[in-house]
Design a protein around this ligand. Structure first.
Ligand code: ADP
Length: 153
């Protein structure tokens, strides 16, 4: 059977327990999941990119998961890493409305299908922007991020 590789793109600043659960579900469906940290030339991430990569890798040791960073269009990264699928997590209808347009346009442009997985109840309120704000104000983010100590500001 054909090797099925999925690309899971995101800012992952930081990679939360919500993202982590989506990847664990993803590897039950795909042979391999490539986690792609997207970067924008005009936006500096809150947590250092190398520490985010090391942090994510620490969560999936011995599993068919790779972590890379990329810039430019997600469909181009999918082509480069030979991923026929994009994996995305959905928390609510707001996520869905935004994701639907992107998914349909990616399908039109590159024949890449997007597979959506619903978040678990326990992770559905976790939002990376809020996690960053908690961290910035000196709060503890360990409830929302596994191995948070590996992240460097
Ligand atoms: P982006 O800035 O591209 O939305 P994120 O890092 O915020 O990047 O999220 C990447 C992917 O993870 C998206 O598909 C998003 O919907 C999903 N996601 C974010 N938070 C959660 C969560 N708590 N549970 C499940 N999926 C999530």
């Amino acid at each position: 059977m054909k090797y099925r590789r999925a690309f899971f793109p995101g800012s992952f600043d930081p990679f939360t327990k919500g993202h982590e659960a989506i990847v664990h579900k993803g590897i039950m469906l795909f042979d391999e999941v490539i986690i792609g940290l997207g970067s924008h030339s005009n936006k500096t991430p809150y947590f250092d990119t190398e520490s985010r990569k090391a942090h994510i890798s620490s969560l999936f040791k011995d599993l068919p998961v790779k972590v890379i960073d990329y810039s430019g269009l997600t469909i181009h990264a999918c082509e480069r890493y030979e991923c026929a699928f994009i994996l995305r997590g959905l928390r609510d209808t707001k996520d869905f409305q935004y994701e639907r347009s992107i998914a349909q346009m990616n399908l039109e442009m590159a024949s890449i299908e997007t597979v959506f997985l619903l978040t678990d109840l326990t992770n559905s309120a976790i939002n990376a922007t809020i996690v960053r704000e908690i961290h910035q104000q000196g709060g503890d983010i360990n409830k929302f991020v596994t191995n948070a100590h590996l992240l460097v500001k």
